[in-house]
Each structure stands twice: as C-alpha cells, then as structure tokens.
Design a protein around this ligand. Structure first.
Ligand code: SIN
Length: 506
C-alpha cells in the first residue's frame, strides 16, 4: 500500500524502514532536514538490556511505578517484550552502543530504574548515533523523502484518512495515501523553557485533533529536573546522577532525600519539584555536584555535556553547576492501540506524538527512544491489516464534541497573542506547579487568543495555531484533573502562591 510517514525521529524512521521492508510504497515527509527533531538530542540512552539479576518484568514494574499507576499494562508489556529485538535491530543498522574492552555492552542507570539497563552511544550522544544510523539506512532504500515540508492538515474522506496537505515553499500541495503515520514528536515549545529543539510545536497532534482523532493525557507534561541554569536550555543527563552526582543546596547539603527515599534517583517529577522548591527557598538555583566523578570520567562518559558546560564557563569536575527544570516530554498525545492505530481508520501515530499508554502520568527515563522503535515497528507491521471495528481506546477529551465544558471568559487581560506570551503563560500556569485559578486563567486567555486568530498562512502561523490548540486542550485537561498524579501537580491556593516564578533562572 501507499504509506506516508510524517516525521523523522526514531519512531518515524523505524516505521518507514519496516514499512518499506514489508513491501509498501513509502514516502517520508519531514518539517526540517531528515533526522532533525528530538531524537538527535537524546543523551541518556535506550532502556532494555537486562543483566543477570534484571528482567523485562522488572523493567515493566519500574515503568508502571514511574507512570504513577496510570500506564496501560498491555502497552508496557509490549514495550518490554519487543525491546531486545529493537535494540538488536539498531545495532544491526549500525548504532555502535558503548562497550567495555571485552565487547560487552555498558549499561547506564537513570532515575526510577531498579537496575542499570540503559545502553548508550558516544557516552551521552545516543540519540545522535541512532539518528545518523537510521537516516543512513533510509537513504539506502527506495523510500521517498520530502524535506522542509510542513503538514498543515490530514485529508479525511468517508471517515478514513486519505492523505495529507503540505506547505512547501509557501505553496499548498496534497499527497494521497492509503495510510498516514504521524511521528512528529511532542510540543515542548508550548513552554518558555524546554529541552526540545525548535520546531517541536505539536503539528501532528494538532492536525490529528482537527481531523477528529482522540487525544488523551495532555495534562501529563514531563519537566526534566536538570537543565543547565545558564544560557539556552541545555540538558544535563539523568545518567550523570545515575553515575553518582548529587543535588545540593546553597549550603552544600543534599536535599533530594527530603522528598523521596531514592533521593536524586527518584522519579523525574519528584526530583523536578524538589529542585524548584529548593530554588524558591534559597532564591537561587539548586546545584548538581558531579565533582566526585573526576575530570577524566566526566570527559569520557559525558563528552557532550563536558564540552558545553566548559564552553559556558563551568569546570564541572571542580565545581557544582546550577540546574533547573524545563519542559522535556509529552506523555499524552494521539490515542492509539498497541499497533499505533488511532481512532481514525488509516491514521497511525508513533513516538512522542502518540499516547500509547506506556508512560501513564510520568515517563521512565530512556523509555522514549525504546517506545519510538518498538511502536514504530509495530505500526508498520499492522499496515494493510484489517482496521479493528471498534477502536480499543477512547479519549475522554477530543476537539469534537467541545472539550470539558467551562464557562467562557476573555482572560487575556488585553495582552495580545504572541508565541512568547503563550509560552510564558503556559510556563507560569500550566507548568511544574499548577493551581485551579492559574489553569482557569490560562484556559480563558488561550481561548480568547484562539477566538481572535485569523486563518494561518505561513509555517510560523500554522505552528502558532497548533500550539494554541494544544495549549487549550492541555489547560483544559489539567483543569479537569483535580488531583495530583505523576507529572501533573496541583497546588491548593491561588495563582500568586505558586512558586513557578522562581524557576525563571535560565
Ligand atoms: C536524560 O538523558 O536525562 C534524558 C533521557 C530521557 O529523557 O529519557
């Protein structure tokens, strides 16, 4: 069949390769150059190689605990069951994961993992190594590649997806297909501070929502705890804490154990909030102390981080470095079954754009590359299979009918829309710490901006429209979920009591 894959991170590249190898006619469409996107920035690695005292069952249990009980057990089982095969496939496609002198894979440890089970490449350049290998593999095939093409919308006819509309050099083009696989990543640029590369504006999720696909769990946004609090957002991998680095306050005291018995290796949401609270209490960023690892180990194990921190004036082998959380990963997205099938026949979603149910309320470290590979392959295997009569999963939120019904008020306070204003609003009110009043204010403001917006023409205008649509859905979902769970943390009280402002340290 004729298959369009949109997006060229690990999920899209894997789906495209598997689809082509199964005999489908595949075209891969991407917004930037092939391989641009979040995958290339991933530092930590891929979870899923088990030592003698570890197992897929324990990996699944850790995933469920990190997901705060909201992960879908069947999706988690599929993730860990297929993981070894996908990692072997990456190796066979040329990814040189780091090994010891005897050729045994080196395994890293990250937060909330009960064991060291994370393979990495180039020390902290795992995503770049994967991206290079998969892009090269795609280039060796007959897969058609269309770069610098922006997907404005999905074509839906007779209730099924029949293609996409594209903006290329300001001209709109339609591409027909029997199936469309959305692999466009998340929406980190909803927020003023994010680890995500430019262009992560939720385009595929928004297009699917406009087409009527169910989305879910958008309130679950992961904030990575340790971004260098100096200069543009730069991730300091959790693997650094996995190797023994500690979080300290301005007196040099380790504070993470005040929040969780696992201290620095507690789930990400717990560590992020502990860092934010510490920064609020002391009026300056908390610090990550990696000095005990020594200059040689830091340079060998984390060459990228070593280079960037030094370029920004820090010798992290001698001094603790300031860190602060930033938006990192969207657990929610387009609702899919275990084969990437959405609620619209012919439409698949994989990777961060999808809500497979693996991550629940909070993703376990280094499960994202694994999920992209596993579900990219599973979706490709389901191409051409009969579409299930009733989609197995339903969202409690979708754009049609209207989202959670809330009284409409113009909350924009006269502030005109601009992308930076939206990102600041989301950071302040729909960020790490959320209040009822703040969420309502965000929702009212976004709705007022949306109602004023004119039809988008340029790529930037389409991105803004996509961000606004997802912002409304995210604020709405966060407001509707009154309890705190995983990465969604509700504070009692009013907007002004949320210490989010103190996070303005980057
Ligand atoms: C990290 O290296 O800390 C990020 C890895 C991930 O997001 O899973």
């Amino acid at each position: 069949m004729n298959v369009l894959v949109v997006g060229s991170g690990i999920a899209g590249l894997t789906a495209a390769l598997h689809a082509q190898e199964s005999g489908h006619d595949v075209t891969l469409v991407t917004k930037g150059a092939l391989g641009d996107g979040s995958t290339g920035y991933a530092q930590g690695g891929v979870a899923g190689v088990y030592g003698p005292d570890d197992s897929a069952q324990q990996h699944a249990a850790d995933t469920m605990v990190a997901g705060a009980g909201l992960s879908d057990a069947a999706a988690v089982d599929a993730l860990v069951a297929d993981g070894a095969e996908r990692i072997a496939e990456l190796i066979s496609r040329g990814v040189a994961f780091d090994r010891d002198p005897d050729g045994v894979l080196l395994l890293g440890r990250e937060a909330a993992h009960s064991h060291a089970r994370i393979v990495h490449a180039g020390g902290d350049a795992t995503g770049a190594a994967i991206s290079r290998a998969l892009v090269a593999a795609v280039r060796r095939t007959a897969i058609g590649v269309i770069e610098h093409a922006f997907v404005t919308d999905l074509i839906v006819e007779g209730g099924a997806v029949g293609g996409i509309r594209l903006l290329i050099d300001e001209a709109v083009t339609a591409l027909r297909a029997d199936a469309v696989v959305v692999a466009t990543g998340g929406a980190g640029h909803l927020f003023a501070h994010t680890t995500n590369p430019t262009g992560t504006t939720g385009d595929g999720i928004a297009a699917a929502m406009r087409a009527g696909a169910a989305v879910d769990d958008l309130e679950f946004v992961q904030f990575h705890p340790t971004i260098l609090a100096a200069g543009p957002a730069f991730l300091i991998s959790e693997a650094v804490r996995g190797e023994g680095a500690t979080l300290i306050d301005d007196q040099g005291r380790r504070f993470a154990f005040d929040s969780h018995p696992d201290g620095e290796l507690a789930p990400r949401d717990v560590v992020s909030r502990a860092i934010a609270r510490q920064a609020a209490a002391q009026g300056s960023p908390a610090r990550l102390d990696a000095t005990m690892l020594g200059a040689e180990t830091l340079a060998a194990r984390f060459p990228t981080i070593d280079r960037v921190t030094r370029a920004r004036g820090f010798d992290w082998s001698r001094e603790p470095i300031p860190v602060t959380p930033a938006a990192h990963y969207l657990m929610g997205g387009i609702v899919t079954d275990l084969h990437g099938r959405s609620t619209i026949p012919g439409l698949f979603a994989v990777g961060e754009a999808a809500r497979t149910g693996v991550h629940g309320a909070n993703r376990l470290a280094s499960n994202s590359l694994l999920e992209g590979a596993v579900f990219g392959a599973r979706a490709a295997a389901a191409l051409g299979e009969p579409w299930p009569d009733s989609p197995p999963l339903r969202s409690r939120y979708s754009t049609d009918p209207a989202p959670v019904s809330l009284e409409y008020r113009d909350g924009s306070d006269g502030v005109p829309f601009g992308r930076a204003a939206l990102q600041q609003l989301m950071w302040d009110e729909v960020g790490l710490l959320r209040t009822d009043e703040g969420l309502q204010h965000a929702l009212d403001t976004v709705r007022a901006w949306r109602s004023d917006a004119s039809a988008p023409q340029t790529v930037a205008e389409h991105e803004d429209a996509n961000l606004l649509l997802i912002a409304e859905a995210t604020a709405s979902a966060a407001l509707a979920r009154a309890d705190s769970v995983g990465a969604h943390f509700r504070l009692a009280g009013r907007r002004a009591t949320a210490p989010a402002q103190i996070l303005e340290t980057v």
